[in-house]
Ligand binder design. Sequence first.
Ligand SMILES: Nc1ncnc2c1ncn2[C@@H]1O[C@H](COP(=O)(O)OP(=O)(O)OP(=O)(O)O)[C@@H](O)[C@H]1O
Length: 320
Amino acid sequence: MSLADIGTSQQTDGPTPIIELIRATKLYDRRAVLSEVSLLVEGGAAMALIGRNGSGKSTLLSILAGLTKLSSGTMVRSGRRIATGYAPEAFPGLKMSAEHYLLSMARIAGLALAEAEARMAELLEMFHLEEFRRQRMDGFSKGMLQKVNLIQSLIAHPQLLLLDEPMSGLDLPAQHTLIGHLKELKRSGTGIVFSIHEPQTIEALADSVHVLHAGRTVTTIHGQEEMRVTPAVYIVCKGISEQRKAEIMDMPGVTSIHALDGTPGDYLAATLEIAAADDYLRHILQAEGSVVSVEPCGGLSAGGLEQWMDPKPVKGGTAG
Ligand SMILES: Nc1ncnc2c1ncn2[C@@H]1O[C@H](COP(=O)(O)OP(=O)(O)OP(=O)(O)O)[C@@H](O)[C@H]1O
């Protein structure tokens, strides 16, 4: 049930809606960086936001956090005050100790001093940061700053947790710690929205994936089952004429196909069912194109989602 429905219907058992965006649009200098995006965040579930650089993920998170205003559309909250934790993408090395900063954040969020101290100690220990608690953050490494950033978002038991690239800069043990803690939070009913570029985190944590491209929703996928579809193959080629491109795009078994951004020349990347790979490769060669790389992909990749994360590096040569 969406939050928009709640006013008109009897509430039923099941996931609790926390916050909903309906046709959310954000303009900067009359340019739409988000266009008509709708989504519903539910308690006890995690939604991954994926999309290439500049697709609007951070803007969307900042809107959900209440820090950026919509240009049009609606944001509906389940209550007047939702305890919200927000870890932005860029976190500054402030000229104060981690302890001073975290206690201030906890107090601002409404925690009593004793509770704030206890919760801070628990989280500092969890992220192996306790020995640095009295040091100034302007001397911290990137990963240490990210840990402080995450701790401030978690400290006041958020009902809604918004994380912008939470794994950025974290070492592997810290990544595992974070995933474990986020799973616990989900079990306790927190709704989580996180932007991410790594498929592993999606598989470990996400209950749904919302894909953005140039500020628009490309697709949304619900449920681990839907995310883990059959294995597939990811093929990058180049040198195909516009006319032949249209033909290969229509070939059976091609899940997704797109021009590969950030590479020289007209590189084309396709995700397709394994059974269709031979036929596809034959078509490329008949169209006088050349094959740059062929790689198996599984899990999330098979749904064609990989193309919306960071573009894969193209192996082999430059465009001719
Ligand atoms: N304050 C702002 N003023 C003008 N344009 C902005 C502002 N904030 C973001 N943008 C633009 O909005 C678009 C979306 O940016 P956003 O940071 O939301 O993307 P993103 O998907 O989070 O990217 P990345 O993966 O690189 O972090 C970009 O084109 C960006 O330049």
